[in-house]
Design a protein around this ligand. Structure first.
Ligand code: SAM
Length: 239
């Protein structure tokens, strides 16, 4: 079982999205568990402050390293467990599918969620938090980012998804984006009575042709939407 420990000022935001659908079922079936550690319980002084102004000036507040230390010390950490500490931050290394695969194999993930201007750098370094970003944009806090990372990891745990083969063909598994998908009705009539048909090859029953069509569509989509992946996925130099 994957043990997840979240250090956050907003523990009520969990399990959040992780309580739904196949991931929610995996939570019920104890394929993973989530403990939240409320940073506010470890605040300093009579006001229980968890953050303070940045040295050197500037706007906002920074999470104090002594608060992170106390919160970490409150966790029952089993030294025998294969454990990883992560701090979610827009200035971290960009998360990708390969990294999710690596993280999904740990027994324990300890995730620190920042707020305001972030976390005192000493806490990140002293407690060996790996800095990871979920994208080139800035959110208000690390809680949604943690759920993004965790949902991506948990679905890779064996037995969490219904059909494990669905993992093999999806976007990024071979540096190509997934081909377009279609379902019933075969001919869809919209409210303006326009008809839209499913590409004929998909209902032909010819598996070789379907495979070829899907590969061509994957390549086409990758070229249009993610030219940065196109060469990696096809070996073709785009000019
Ligand atoms: N001052 C920081 C900066 O410019 O890098 C932004 C801090 S952000 C407003 C507050 C918190 O949200 C961060 O400490 C982090 O935990 C979380 N966060 C925001 N954007 C994120 C992203 N793209 N990836 C991961 N975490 C993010």
């Amino acid at each position: 079982m994957l043990n997840i420990k979240i250090l956050t000022a907003y523990p009520e935001m969990f399990p959040g999205a992780l309580g739904y659908s196949l991931i929610g079922k995996a939570l019920e079936e104890k394929k993973f568990c989530i403990d939240t550690i409320d940073l506010r319980k470890f605040g300093i002084g009579h006001r229980n402050n968890i953050d303070d102004e940045p040295f050197g000036g500037g706007p906002g507040m920074v999470l104090r390293p002594d608060v992170v230390e106390k919160a970490l010390l409150s966790i029952n950490i089993d030294p025998k467990k294969n454990s990883k500490r992560i701090y979610l931050t827009p200035s971290g290394e960009l998360l990708n599918q390969e990294k999710l695969g690596i993280l999904s194999k740990f027994n324990e993930l300890v995730i620190l969620c920042g707020r305001f201007e972030g976390v005192d750098q000493r806490a990140i370094e002293v407690f060996n938090f790996e800095e990871l970003s979920i994208g080139n944009y800035v959110l208000a806090g690390g809680e949604i980012a943690a759920q993004v990372l965790l949902e991506g990891c948990i679905r890779l745990i064996p037995g969490v998804l219904g059909q494990s083969e669905s993992l093999l063909e999806e976007s990024f598994s071979d540096n190509l984006l997934e081909y377009p998908q279609y379902t019933r009705p075969k001919v869809w009539k919209d409210i303006n009575n326009r008809l839209y048909e499913v590409p004929e090859v998909l209902t032909s029953g010819n598996h070789r042709k379907i495979k070829e069509w899907r590969y061509d569509k994957s390549v086409e989509k990758t070229k249009i939407n993610r030219s940065d992946l196109y060469y990696k996925g096809t070996g073709i130099k785009d000019d």
